[in-house]
Design a protein around this ligand. Structure first.
Ligand SMILES: N[C@@H](CCC(=O)N[C@@H](CS)C(=O)NCC(=O)O)C(=O)O
Length: 241
């Protein structure tokens, strides 16, 4: 196992800054339920590089964390005295740094196409965030589920192969999966079906992708996802569930 600490203690205000990661190893500042951080986590897992995960309490951030990320957000990647932030930048950085095992293709046209596909698929992101209000108040259910359906219709149409990245999972799958996973978490709580037979290609992709070893070994169990989502919807996110 090259990834350690995925479920480690959550560091908060007052906790000391960990010493620098050992040379040649990677450290990911993470929050287990953050979809943006999960993009970087999945990428590191797929790269198979030695990685230590450090979980950050986002409501009570350690003072030193602002040296890692100027806004105090996750993810941030630290290695060999360098820090890289942003979930859209870290994967590309890792591909440039470790080109023997690339996921974002190096051919300029293919690379552009993959990025455009991710851009189009990103309709699922606002559709997902819009679902939170349903957990406490079902009054806008029709509208929110209508937005989700439109986003999933788009994804169904964009899925031309077994994976979004082609016959093998890659950049697009790794970066968009965390949002589909969270739609799945919310579906049980807010009372709608996902994955659903209305989007058969997406349903098949979701199952296959969630079972990939590089993903399965780093994601959170469904029950924990439920607990976190409920705490978040209550306005008191519980980072220790
Ligand atoms: N644009 C950033 C977004 C990251 C983000 O919003 N992370 C959230 C957690 S899911 C965060 O750190 N929130 C803490 C804060 O905003 O203070 C990225 O893609 O990396």
């Amino acid at each position: 196992m090259t990834i350690t600490g995925v479920n480690s203690n959550v560091l908060k205000k007052g906790d000391p800054e960990p010493s620098a990661p050992a040379a040649g190893t990677y450290r990911l500042y993470n929050m287990r339920f953050c979809p943006w951080a999960e993009r970087a986590l999945i990428y590191l897992s797929a790269k198979g590089v030695p990685t230590e995960v450090v979980n950050i309490h986002l409501m009570e951030k350690p003072e030193w964390y602002f040296k890692k990320h100027y806004q105090g957000k996750v993810p941030a990647l630290e290695h060999d005295g360098r820090i890289v932030i942003e979930s859209g930048v870290i994967p590309e950085y890792l591909d440039d740094l470790l080109p023997e095992n690339r996921f974002l293709l190096s051919d300029p046209y293919e690379k552009a196409q993959q990025k455009l596909l991710l851009e189009r698929l990103s309709v699922v992101v606002p559709a997902f965030y819009g679902l939170f209000s349903l957990i406490k108040d079902a009054s806008a259910k029709e509208e929110k589920l209508g937005n989700l359906k439109k986003a999933l219709d788009e994804a169904e149409q964009l899925l031309q192969h077994e994976f979004f990245s082609g016959s093998k999972a890659g950049y697009v799958d790794f970066l968009i999966f965390p949002f589909f996973e969270r739609i799945w978490w919310v579906s049980d709580i807010a009372g709608f079906a996902f994955p659903s037979p209305d989007h058969p290609k997406v349903a098949k992709w979701f199952k296959a992708t969630s079972e990939l070893p590089e993903i399965a070994r780093v994601i959170q169990p469904l029950e924990k996802g439920h607990l976190f989502i409920k705490s978040y919807a209550d306005g008191k996110p519980d980072y220790d569930v």
